[in-house]
Design a protein around this ligand. Structure first.
Ligand SMILES: [Zn+2]
Length: 342
Protein backbone atom coordinates (compact mmCIF):
# COMPACT_ATOMS: atom_id res chain seq x y z
CA UNK A 1 0.00 0.00 0.00
CA UNK A 2 1.43 3.36 -0.94
CA UNK A 3 1.04 6.51 1.14
CA UNK A 4 2.11 10.15 1.18
CA UNK A 5 4.53 11.52 3.77
CA UNK A 6 5.27 15.17 4.45
CA UNK A 7 8.71 16.53 5.27
CA UNK A 8 8.89 18.93 8.23
CA UNK A 9 12.12 20.51 6.98
CA UNK A 10 11.09 21.32 3.40
CA UNK A 11 7.28 20.91 3.40
CA UNK A 12 7.77 18.65 0.36
CA UNK A 13 5.75 15.47 -0.02
CA UNK A 14 6.90 12.03 -1.02
CA UNK A 15 5.00 8.92 -2.08
CA UNK A 16 6.31 5.84 -0.30
CA UNK A 17 5.36 3.16 -2.84
CA UNK A 18 6.94 -0.18 -2.01
CA UNK A 19 4.94 -1.99 -4.69
CA UNK A 20 7.03 -0.08 -7.26
CA UNK A 21 9.89 -2.38 -6.31
CA UNK A 22 8.27 -5.10 -8.43
CA UNK A 23 9.04 -3.02 -11.51
CA UNK A 24 12.20 -4.85 -12.59
CA UNK A 25 14.43 -1.87 -13.39
CA UNK A 26 13.47 0.14 -10.32
CA UNK A 27 16.48 -0.52 -8.12
CA UNK A 28 19.48 -1.71 -9.98
CA UNK A 29 22.69 -0.45 -8.55
CA UNK A 30 25.37 -0.69 -11.15
CA UNK A 31 28.66 1.11 -10.93
CA UNK A 32 28.46 4.09 -13.28
CA UNK A 33 32.10 5.01 -12.84
CA UNK A 34 33.83 4.71 -16.15
CA UNK A 35 37.56 4.21 -16.25
CA UNK A 36 39.42 7.40 -16.96
CA UNK A 37 42.98 8.31 -17.65
CA UNK A 38 45.09 8.60 -14.50
CA UNK A 39 47.94 10.32 -16.30
CA UNK A 40 45.75 13.23 -17.37
CA UNK A 41 43.80 13.54 -14.11
CA UNK A 42 44.44 17.10 -12.83
CA UNK A 43 43.87 15.92 -9.23
CA UNK A 44 46.86 13.51 -9.16
CA UNK A 45 50.18 13.98 -7.36
CA UNK A 46 52.53 15.61 -9.88
CA UNK A 47 49.68 17.18 -11.90
CA UNK A 48 49.10 20.11 -9.52
CA UNK A 49 49.87 22.64 -12.26
CA UNK A 50 46.89 21.36 -14.29
CA UNK A 51 44.31 22.33 -11.66
CA UNK A 52 44.99 26.02 -11.09
CA UNK A 53 46.52 27.92 -8.20
CA UNK A 54 45.93 26.30 -4.80
CA UNK A 55 43.44 28.15 -2.56
CA UNK A 56 43.93 25.93 0.50
CA UNK A 57 45.59 22.61 1.39
CA UNK A 58 46.28 20.32 4.31
CA UNK A 59 49.85 19.25 3.68
CA UNK A 60 52.66 17.08 4.98
CA UNK A 61 55.32 19.12 6.80
CA UNK A 62 58.03 20.31 4.41
CA UNK A 63 55.75 20.17 1.35
CA UNK A 64 55.19 23.41 -0.55
CA UNK A 65 52.19 25.18 -2.05
CA UNK A 66 51.19 23.84 -5.48
CA UNK A 67 53.60 20.90 -5.05
CA UNK A 68 53.04 17.28 -4.01
CA UNK A 69 52.65 16.12 -0.39
CA UNK A 70 49.09 17.35 0.18
CA UNK A 71 46.31 15.44 1.93
CA UNK A 72 43.42 17.62 0.78
CA UNK A 73 43.64 20.48 -1.66
CA UNK A 74 41.22 23.22 -2.77
CA UNK A 75 41.49 24.75 -6.23
CA UNK A 76 39.29 27.00 -8.37
CA UNK A 77 36.77 25.15 -10.53
CA UNK A 78 38.24 25.62 -14.00
CA UNK A 79 34.75 25.43 -15.49
CA UNK A 80 33.31 27.74 -12.85
CA UNK A 81 29.68 28.83 -12.90
CA UNK A 82 30.43 31.97 -10.85
CA UNK A 83 33.45 34.18 -10.22
CA UNK A 84 34.62 36.43 -7.35
CA UNK A 85 36.02 38.85 -9.95
CA UNK A 86 32.51 40.02 -10.85
CA UNK A 87 30.75 42.94 -9.22
CA UNK A 88 27.34 42.66 -7.59
CA UNK A 89 24.99 44.32 -10.05
CA UNK A 90 21.36 43.79 -11.04
CA UNK A 91 19.78 45.02 -14.23
CA UNK A 92 16.48 44.89 -16.09
CA UNK A 93 16.31 43.46 -19.58
CA UNK A 94 12.87 44.70 -20.55
CA UNK A 95 10.40 42.43 -18.81
CA UNK A 96 13.22 40.31 -17.38
CA UNK A 97 15.90 40.69 -14.75
CA UNK A 98 19.51 39.57 -14.58
CA UNK A 99 22.49 39.84 -12.28
CA UNK A 100 26.25 39.53 -12.81
CA UNK A 101 27.65 36.08 -12.09
CA UNK A 102 29.35 37.07 -8.83
CA UNK A 103 30.18 34.18 -6.52
CA UNK A 104 32.76 31.50 -5.86
CA UNK A 105 33.15 28.03 -7.32
CA UNK A 106 35.83 25.81 -5.83
CA UNK A 107 36.78 22.15 -5.93
CA UNK A 108 37.89 20.21 -2.86
CA UNK A 109 40.22 17.38 -3.88
CA UNK A 110 39.55 15.04 -0.98
CA UNK A 111 42.50 12.69 -1.37
CA UNK A 112 45.45 12.06 -3.70
CA UNK A 113 44.07 8.55 -4.38
CA UNK A 114 42.17 8.33 -7.66
CA UNK A 115 40.34 5.03 -7.13
CA UNK A 116 39.27 5.28 -3.50
CA UNK A 117 35.64 5.55 -2.36
CA UNK A 118 34.29 7.07 0.86
CA UNK A 119 33.79 3.63 2.42
CA UNK A 120 37.57 3.24 2.29
CA UNK A 121 38.39 6.57 3.97
CA UNK A 122 40.09 6.34 7.36
CA UNK A 123 38.80 8.49 10.25
CA UNK A 124 41.70 10.89 9.73
CA UNK A 125 40.79 11.34 6.06
CA UNK A 126 37.23 12.28 7.00
CA UNK A 127 38.63 14.68 9.64
CA UNK A 128 40.85 16.36 7.05
CA UNK A 129 37.88 16.61 4.68
CA UNK A 130 35.75 18.30 7.39
CA UNK A 131 38.62 20.62 8.42
CA UNK A 132 39.05 21.65 4.78
CA UNK A 133 35.35 22.49 4.45
CA UNK A 134 35.47 24.50 7.68
CA UNK A 135 38.55 26.46 6.53
CA UNK A 136 36.93 27.36 3.21
CA UNK A 137 33.59 28.41 4.72
CA UNK A 138 35.40 30.57 7.32
CA UNK A 139 37.35 32.26 4.53
CA UNK A 140 34.45 32.74 2.08
CA UNK A 141 32.32 34.25 4.86
CA UNK A 142 34.77 37.16 5.01
CA UNK A 143 33.53 38.26 1.58
CA UNK A 144 30.42 40.17 2.62
CA UNK A 145 29.06 40.17 -0.93
CA UNK A 146 28.40 36.42 -0.63
CA UNK A 147 25.19 35.52 1.16
CA UNK A 148 25.10 31.75 0.85
CA UNK A 149 27.71 28.99 0.69
CA UNK A 150 26.72 25.52 -0.52
CA UNK A 151 29.08 22.59 -0.04
CA UNK A 152 28.16 19.44 -1.94
CA UNK A 153 29.55 16.26 -3.41
CA UNK A 154 28.44 14.54 -6.60
CA UNK A 155 29.71 10.99 -6.82
CA UNK A 156 29.03 8.90 -9.91
CA UNK A 157 27.70 9.91 -13.32
CA UNK A 158 24.04 9.52 -12.28
CA UNK A 159 24.68 12.00 -9.47
CA UNK A 160 26.20 14.57 -11.83
CA UNK A 161 29.93 13.90 -11.39
CA UNK A 162 32.07 14.34 -14.48
CA UNK A 163 35.31 13.20 -12.83
CA UNK A 164 36.10 9.99 -11.02
CA UNK A 165 38.79 11.35 -8.67
CA UNK A 166 37.10 11.94 -5.25
CA UNK A 167 36.15 15.57 -4.95
CA UNK A 168 33.50 17.91 -3.56
CA UNK A 169 32.50 21.41 -4.60
CA UNK A 170 31.67 24.73 -3.02
CA UNK A 171 29.45 27.31 -4.70
CA UNK A 172 28.87 30.64 -2.97
CA UNK A 173 26.11 32.91 -4.27
CA UNK A 174 25.38 36.65 -3.85
CA UNK A 175 21.87 35.92 -2.53
CA UNK A 176 20.14 33.10 -0.64
CA UNK A 177 18.66 30.67 -3.20
CA UNK A 178 14.88 30.19 -3.09
CA UNK A 179 14.78 26.62 -1.72
CA UNK A 180 17.30 27.49 1.00
CA UNK A 181 15.31 30.58 1.96
CA UNK A 182 12.26 28.37 2.31
CA UNK A 183 14.13 25.95 4.64
CA UNK A 184 15.21 28.90 6.78
CA UNK A 185 11.71 30.36 6.88
CA UNK A 186 10.24 27.01 7.97
CA UNK A 187 12.74 26.73 10.84
CA UNK A 188 12.19 30.37 11.80
CA UNK A 189 8.39 29.98 11.86
CA UNK A 190 8.68 26.81 13.96
CA UNK A 191 10.89 28.60 16.50
CA UNK A 192 8.53 31.57 16.66
CA UNK A 193 5.56 29.27 17.29
CA UNK A 194 7.11 26.74 19.70
CA UNK A 195 10.23 28.45 21.05
CA UNK A 196 12.28 25.38 20.11
CA UNK A 197 14.51 24.18 17.29
CA UNK A 198 12.74 22.21 14.54
CA UNK A 199 15.78 20.00 13.88
CA UNK A 200 16.22 19.59 17.65
CA UNK A 201 12.62 18.36 18.00
CA UNK A 202 13.02 16.13 14.95
CA UNK A 203 16.09 14.46 16.47
CA UNK A 204 14.34 14.02 19.85
CA UNK A 205 11.32 12.45 18.15
CA UNK A 206 13.47 10.03 16.12
CA UNK A 207 15.24 8.97 19.34
CA UNK A 208 11.86 8.49 21.08
CA UNK A 209 10.41 6.40 18.22
CA UNK A 210 13.64 4.46 17.58
CA UNK A 211 12.47 3.22 14.16
CA UNK A 212 14.80 5.00 11.75
CA UNK A 213 18.03 5.42 13.73
CA UNK A 214 21.19 4.26 11.97
CA UNK A 215 23.99 5.46 14.25
CA UNK A 216 24.68 7.89 17.07
CA UNK A 217 27.57 9.17 19.15
CA UNK A 218 28.09 12.01 21.63
CA UNK A 219 27.50 14.82 19.13
CA UNK A 220 25.74 13.37 16.09
CA UNK A 221 22.86 11.27 15.11
CA UNK A 222 22.27 9.60 11.71
CA UNK A 223 18.82 8.44 10.66
CA UNK A 224 16.68 7.71 7.63
CA UNK A 225 14.35 10.74 7.48
CA UNK A 226 10.62 10.05 7.92
CA UNK A 227 9.79 11.55 4.51
CA UNK A 228 12.90 10.29 2.67
CA UNK A 229 12.66 11.38 -0.97
CA UNK A 230 15.38 8.93 -2.05
CA UNK A 231 15.84 5.24 -1.19
CA UNK A 232 18.46 4.87 1.57
CA UNK A 233 18.57 8.63 2.17
CA UNK A 234 20.51 9.48 5.35
CA UNK A 235 20.29 12.65 7.40
CA UNK A 236 23.04 13.51 9.88
CA UNK A 237 22.17 16.12 12.51
CA UNK A 238 23.86 17.36 15.70
CA UNK A 239 22.24 16.57 19.04
CA UNK A 240 23.50 19.90 20.35
CA UNK A 241 22.62 23.42 19.17
CA UNK A 242 25.23 23.81 16.44
CA UNK A 243 24.13 26.14 13.63
CA UNK A 244 27.29 25.88 11.55
CA UNK A 245 29.84 23.23 10.78
CA UNK A 246 32.46 25.91 11.50
CA UNK A 247 31.47 25.84 15.20
CA UNK A 248 32.65 22.23 15.67
CA UNK A 249 35.40 21.61 18.23
CA UNK A 250 38.20 19.18 17.44
CA UNK A 251 36.30 16.44 19.36
CA UNK A 252 33.09 17.16 17.46
CA UNK A 253 34.98 16.99 14.15
CA UNK A 254 36.12 13.53 15.23
CA UNK A 255 32.48 12.60 16.05
CA UNK A 256 31.33 13.78 12.62
CA UNK A 257 34.14 11.80 10.97
CA UNK A 258 33.01 8.69 12.88
CA UNK A 259 29.39 9.07 11.73
CA UNK A 260 30.47 9.49 8.11
CA UNK A 261 32.80 6.50 8.36
CA UNK A 262 30.02 4.29 9.73
CA UNK A 263 27.31 5.50 7.34
CA UNK A 264 29.44 5.15 4.19
CA UNK A 265 30.68 1.68 5.14
CA UNK A 266 27.09 0.56 5.60
CA UNK A 267 25.75 2.28 2.45
CA UNK A 268 28.44 0.66 0.30
CA UNK A 269 27.81 -2.70 1.98
CA UNK A 270 24.10 -2.51 1.09
CA UNK A 271 24.29 -0.74 -2.28
CA UNK A 272 27.68 -1.56 -3.76
CA UNK A 273 29.38 1.18 -5.76
CA UNK A 274 26.43 3.57 -5.85
CA UNK A 275 26.01 7.12 -7.16
CA UNK A 276 25.07 9.72 -4.54
CA UNK A 277 24.95 13.38 -3.63
CA UNK A 278 26.02 14.72 -0.26
CA UNK A 279 24.65 18.13 0.72
CA UNK A 280 25.73 20.35 3.62
CA UNK A 281 23.02 22.68 4.96
CA UNK A 282 24.74 25.33 7.04
CA UNK A 283 23.36 28.54 8.52
CA UNK A 284 24.17 31.29 6.00
CA UNK A 285 26.49 34.13 6.99
CA UNK A 286 24.59 36.99 8.59
CA UNK A 287 24.52 39.72 5.99
CA UNK A 288 22.61 42.80 5.01
CA UNK A 289 19.18 41.53 4.06
CA UNK A 290 16.11 43.39 2.95
CA UNK A 291 14.55 42.26 6.20
CA UNK A 292 16.95 43.02 9.10
CA UNK A 293 14.99 40.70 11.42
CA UNK A 294 15.58 37.67 9.22
CA UNK A 295 18.60 36.35 11.15
CA UNK A 296 17.30 37.34 14.59
CA UNK A 297 18.18 34.48 17.05
CA UNK A 298 18.85 32.10 14.14
CA UNK A 299 21.98 30.66 15.77
CA UNK A 300 19.75 29.53 18.66
CA UNK A 301 17.33 27.46 16.59
CA UNK A 302 19.11 26.59 13.35
CA UNK A 303 21.10 23.35 13.26
CA UNK A 304 23.35 22.37 10.44
CA UNK A 305 22.49 19.08 8.74
CA UNK A 306 24.15 16.84 6.23
CA UNK A 307 22.11 14.85 3.73
CA UNK A 308 23.30 11.84 1.77
CA UNK A 309 20.97 11.03 -1.11
CA UNK A 310 21.77 7.83 -3.03
CA UNK A 311 20.77 8.26 -6.66
CA UNK A 312 19.80 4.68 -7.40
CA UNK A 313 16.33 5.63 -8.50
CA UNK A 314 16.28 8.10 -11.36
CA UNK A 315 14.27 11.31 -11.21
CA UNK A 316 11.87 11.72 -14.09
CA UNK A 317 9.00 13.88 -15.33
CA UNK A 318 6.78 13.55 -12.28
CA UNK A 319 9.50 14.67 -9.86
CA UNK A 320 10.65 17.51 -12.12
CA UNK A 321 7.15 18.85 -12.70
CA UNK A 322 5.77 18.57 -9.17
CA UNK A 323 8.75 18.60 -6.81
CA UNK A 324 7.15 15.48 -5.32
CA UNK A 325 9.18 12.28 -5.13
CA UNK A 326 8.37 8.59 -5.33
CA UNK A 327 10.43 6.40 -3.03
CA UNK A 328 10.05 2.62 -3.39
CA UNK A 329 11.92 1.78 -0.16
CA UNK A 330 10.50 2.83 3.20
CA UNK A 331 12.97 4.66 5.45
CA UNK A 332 12.22 2.13 8.21
CA UNK A 333 13.43 -0.71 6.00
CA UNK A 334 16.46 1.29 4.85
CA UNK A 335 17.43 2.15 8.44
CA UNK A 336 17.02 -1.47 9.53
CA UNK A 337 19.33 -2.67 6.77
CA UNK A 338 21.93 0.01 7.47
CA UNK A 339 21.88 -0.64 11.24
CA UNK A 340 22.18 -4.41 10.95
CA UNK A 341 25.46 -6.06 11.91
CA UNK A 342 26.33 -8.74 9.39
ZN1 LIG B 1 42.95 11.33 -10.20
Amino acid sequence: MSHFRFCRLTECSVIIAENRLRKPDMITVVSDKSEDDLKHCPFEYGNESLSGNEIFAIREKESVKNGMGWKTRVVPNLYHALSVEEIKENRRVGFFEQQNGLGAHEVIIETPHHHISMNQYKTEEFENYIKTIIARIDDLEKDKRLEYIQVFKNCGKYAGASMLHPHSQIIATPFIPKDIKKRLEIQKAYFEKHGRSLVGDLVDEEIRLNERIIYENGTFFAFAPYASCFPFEVLIAPKLPLAKITELSIYQINDLALVLEFVFKRLYRELGDFPFNMLFFNMPPVSVQNDPDFFYRMEEYYRFTLHITPRIYQLAGFELSTGMYINPISPELAAMRLREEK
